[in-house]
Design a protein around this ligand. Structure first.
Ligand code: GDP
Ligand code: MN
Length: 393
């Protein structure tokens, strides 16, 4: 789960990490009031969407007076922001963050992520922060410092100094940075984050350090322990189909291919997607209908897959281990009538009562292609989707 920038900054502030003063607004009038409350003779207006790259896409505006503030706010609110990190449709802007202007001296990059290969939290830092960090990572990766945090010892003072020197900080700035890093780590651990990014962390003209941007991702599997975080969820920023799937307890990830995949078990789902690709097709999604693939779940899964117009064919690959294949077949047949399936469906059933399940599908007279062999099933799906089938594997 992701947060908006203003929500991330609120958490930063709660943990004592300095951020600029700011207020959110949902109308131009509210933005104007926010600016008056903040005072000063200039502000930053920032579109609140779950994506980076806003600065380059017109989602971050520096304004010098109320007229400009109202104009930029009006242009943003109600529109969709397309950035390098969104799809072509972009994300809806329902809120802007109005902030006091910060007098930036230098911009740094800071992030904390879980490095699964090391089973540790890793700190990444670069003195070349700001809007071109992707380019820095691609062209001059040596400018990004990686430090592993030892879970027993925590973040060490020498590690913090290393980052401070990399940033060219001096005097009090060094202890300020150390404080920020320690607090960030505490936030990361206490809230079960999977990633926190501050880009940019800035040194101001007066020597202060401030988080000017903030992104936090949380580990979805730990959200049950953090109702305060769950409350911050903004579903308008999430993929609609993924959100609907989530509500039905289905694991679904939208992809950009043409073959809808309905599979039980995450491992089998991955293997099925691999096979589809090896046979020349492109999966439209990852979907794990789970261990109890009941008629209701199968129906809902069909609905979700078919709500995506890109899907040209559906490949169902179910292994009846705990569930019986005849029950699955019943579910598929029921789903057909209830979900109104209008595209070719290829079904491969294997496991307990598989033969009976295939028979039922055949006898149903529905337009279902029941196939025994998984590779053949994948090839049929690729063909049905109008793609060129690739040779044997
Ligand atoms: P992103 O493009 O989505 O990552 O949005 P950011 O919040 O990082 O803003 C993009 C850029 O806007 C930053 O790198 C800064 O250069 C600039 N910016 C943001 N706030 C201020 C501010 O208060 N003063 C100045 N001068 N620049 C700002
Ligand atoms: Mn940023």
């Amino acid at each position: 789960m992701n947060l908006h920038e203003y929500q991330a900054k609120k958490l930063f502030a709660d943990y004592g990490i300095p951020v600029p003063e700011g207020k959110t607004a949902k109308t131009a009038d509210e933005a104007s009031q926010a600016a008056r409350d903040l005072g000063g003779d200039g502000w930053v207006v920032k579109a609140q969407v779950h994506a980076g790259g806003r600065g380059k896409a017109g989602g971050v505006k520096l304004v010098k007076n109320q007229d400009a503030l109202m104009m930029d706010t009006r242009a943003m609110l109600g529109s969709r922001l397309v950035t390098e990190q969104t799809d072509k449709l972009g994300l809806p802007i329902a809120t802007v963050l109005v902030e006091e202007l910060t007098d930036i001296d230098r911009e740094f990059y800071l992030s904390l992520v879980v490095d699964r290969s090391q089973e540790r939290i890793t700190l990444m830092a670069s003195a070349a922060g700001g809007m071109d960090i992707e380019q820095v990572a691609a062209e001059t990766p040596e400018k990004i410092l990686n430090l592993t945090v030892d879970p027993a010892a925590g973040l060490q003072p020498y590690q913090c100094r290393k980052i401070a020197f990399l940033f060219g900080l001096q005097g009090k700035q060094i202890s300020k940075l150390t404080g920020i890093l320690q607090q960030l780590l505490q936030l990361f651990i206490e809230k079960d984050a999977s990633q926190i990014e501050i880009n940019p962390l800035v040194a101001t003209a007066s020597g202060d350090l401030k988080a000017l941007d903030g992104k936090i991702n949380f580990d979805d599997n730990a959200l049950f322990a953090h109702p305060d975080i769950v409350e911050l969820r903004d579903q308008s920023q999430e993929d609609e189909i993924e959100a609907a799937a989530h509500q039905h307890g289905l694991s679904y990830v939208n992809l950009d291919g043409s073959i809808g995949c309905m599979v039980n078990g995450a491992g089998l789902a991955m293997a099925t997607m691999d096979l589809v690709r090896l046979c020349g097709g492109q999966p439209a999604n990852f979907l794990d209908v789970g261990g109890d693939a009941t008629a209701d779940r199968v129906t809902e899964a069909f609905r979700l897959i078919l709500s995506e117009p890109r899907v040209k064919a559906v490949l169902v690959n179910i292994f009846g281990g705990i569930v019986r294949c005849d029950m699955i077949a019943e579910g598929i047949i029921e789903a057909f009538t209830r979900a109104g399936v209008d595209r070719p469906v290829i079904v491969r059933l294997e496991g307990t009562n598989a033969e009976r399940g295939r028979e039922m599908l055949r006898e149903s007279n529905l337009e279902i292609i029941a196939v025994e062999d998984l590779e053949k099933a994948a090839k049929q799906a690729v063909e049905a989707a109008g793609e060129t089938v690739r040779g044997t594997i």
